[in-house]
Design a protein around this ligand. Structure first.
Ligand SMILES: Cc1ncc(C[n+]2csc(CCOP(=O)(O)OP(=O)(O)O)c2C)c(N)n1
Length: 375
């Protein structure tokens, strides 16, 4: 197994002291170590993976040094443009190490949203003409592989990828994240479901929000029958909600995460411009990418309601505690029109969470049937 601490020290010795990216569960032990041991300027979690390639390029321009960009392979889609039109050898030729969590690696069992990307990850990088190196649990061998990758990135002045399969890191628990908020995400979701009439359409973002919604809705005898869980496509669920809302008359409730909101923040003005019926955009802001290990986002730092207001959301509400949550549920949830609601929670989640049986195509078919019953 690879020790996160020894890997970090090894990279530092090789001159790598700038880390940026969007977290991934396969990398979580290493990323927590980086978070705990780097100075604030040495580690920056970006809103999406493409921005990390931009940031790494700027870092390289200013320092001449080699940066490391980390991501889950789901984020490859977000880096293709900056890889090909910024960092590529035929454009600005920027050396960088890409540390990529390989979800859905052929031969391993993974969730449906990871299977296709897992299968094509190596080919995709090859098409992008990014050299690929594979790490494994053999620490010494992996360090020598990383050494080769660094040499190639520096000598050829180009991005080079290190693929990381599951379970190659020794566990590193890290420092507990500071918790300023008493609300627990799953309890918030439970209370929202309790207050709904049941005829609303609920769209859930990627990660545990959807799984918690699913469990809590089951516990309330499937109160909401029109719901869609977006298992992949992080950041895009709010526009799935917009597409649905534009084509039906019932209320739409979008349950979003702060990481997903930041990843596609440009969605907000378009939603505000386009929505004509009842649309409640709830962002459960736990200040972190909780589903993949709890690494912090910039969302506790930002004033999400001001951003939403400036984007054109007519009503915005910020909820910081139980009393404010109850007041909003009792008085404002039913208010017609467009609302943006930021609910600040801590980072707690249960380890075991259920998923619906079957596959995403069945879920989509059920969702489409449920939506049509309304018409
Ligand atoms: C493009 C992309 N990058 C990264 C991931 C991995 N990923 C899945 S859920 C998640 C965290 C989502 O954070 P947030 O929206 O704040 O929700 P939370 O997990 O905190 O409930 C990440 C980074 C992904 N699925 N897709």
């Amino acid at each position: 197994m690879i020790s996160p601490g020894r890997l970090y020290d090894f990279l530092k010795k090789k001159g790598l002291s700038f880390f940026t990216g969007v977290p991934d569960s396969l990398l979580k032990h290493f990323l927590k170590y980086v978070q705990d041991h780097s100075a604030p300027d040495e580690h920056i979690i970006t809103a999406n993976e493409g921005l990390a390639v931009g940031l790494a390029s700027g870092y390289h321009f200013a320092t001449g040094k080699l940066p490391l960009v980390y991501l889950q392979n789901s984020g490859l889609g977000n880096i293709i443009n900056p890889l090909t039109s910024l960092a590529d050898k035929e454009v600005y030729s920027v050396p960088m190490l890409l540390l990529i969590g390989w979800r859905g690696k052929p031969g391993t069992k993974d969730e449906p949203q990871h299977v296709k990307m897992g299968r094509i990850t190596k080919d995709l990088l090859e098409v992008l003409e990014v050299p690929v190196y594979l790490l494994d649990e053999n620490e010494e061998g992996s360090f020598s592989t990383i050494n080769d990758a660094i040499e190639e990135a520096v000598e050829c002045k180009k991005p080079v990828a290190l693929l990381v399969p599951e379970e190659i890191f020794e566990p590193y628990e890290g420092k507990a994240v500071e918790n300023h908020y008493s609300l627990v995400r799953e309890e918030v979701i439970k209370k929202i479901i309790t207050q709904l009439k049941g005829d609303e359409t609920v769209i859930c973002t990627t990660g545990k929000i959807g799984r918690e919604f699913y469990e809590q809705n089951e516990l309330q005898q499937k109160k909401v029958s029109n719901y869609f869980l977006s298992v992949g496509a992080m950041g895009h669920a709010s526009h799935i909600a917009l597409g649905v809302a534009k084509n039906k008359t019932e209320r739409t409730i979008m349950l979003d995460g702060d990481g997903a909101l930041l990843m596609q923040m440009g969605a907000l003005p378009v939603i505000a411009q386009q929505v004509k019926n009842d649309f409640i955009h709830v962002v459960i802001n736990n200040g972190s990418h909780e589903s993949v290990g709890g690494q912090p986002t910039a969302a506790y730092f930002a004033d999400c309601c001001s951003i939403a207001r400036a984007s054109g959301y007519t009503k915005t509400v910020r909820i910081l505690n139980e009393g404010e949550l109850i007041r909003w549920l009792d008085n404002d949830l039913a208010v017609p029109g467009l609302q943006f609601v930021e609910i600040r929670t801590n980072q707690y989640s249960r380890k075991e969470l259920d998923r619906p049986a079957g596959n995403p195509t069945d879920w989509k078919n059920d969702f489409m049937k449920a939506l049509r019953k309304d018409h």
